[in-house]
Design a protein around this ligand. Structure first.
Ligand code: HEC
Length: 111
């Protein structure tokens, strides 16, 4: 009987130890780029909100846990569109991919 309790406790401990810990959202490279921490001249948050939730200046960047298609997202950021400025001279496609990865994580992780 005692052994039963002990082994269930051990099993629970093991489960807890194996549970994947989410990376804190602020540690994603994409979060740092988006919020002007990596490059002072890239400040997406000023128009799109600090987690891409949108504001009166610009639309939300995630709906139902998804961004717009990756190719279109990258193209829009590189070239700009309407009141959105182009970032071709400061961001690489990899930087923009990091932003997409982070935005999709923001949308699914508990805050
Ligand atoms: C000066 C304000 C401003 C800044 C800074 C800005 N955006 Fe935008 N963004 C906009 C506006 C306005 C639109 C909507 C453009 C349109 O209506 O065609 C937009 C559109 C977008 C879209 C397309 C959204 C869609 O649903 O089609 C993406 C993706 C995007 N922005 C990402 C970014 C990222 C990433 C950054 C930082 C590198 C950034 N934006 C910085 C104003 C801004």
């Amino acid at each position: 009987m005692k052994w039963g309790i002990f082994s269930s406790a051990l099993f629970l401990l093991l489960l807890l130890a194996c549970e994947k810990k989410p990376i804190p959202l602020g540690d994603y490279p994409g979060a740092q780029i988006f919020n002007g921490i990596v490059r002072a001249d890239v400040r997406c948050y000023r128009c799109h909100g600090d987690i891409g939730q949108g504001s009166s200046r610009a639309p939300a960047l995630v709906t139902n846990g998804k961004t717009i298609p990756r190719d279109l997202f990258i193209k829009t950021v590189l070239n700009g569109r309407d009141r959105m400025p182009p970032f071709e001279s400061v961001l690489s496609e990899k930087d923009i991919s990091e932003i997409i990865t982070w935005l999709e994580a923001v949308a699914v992780l508990p805050k």
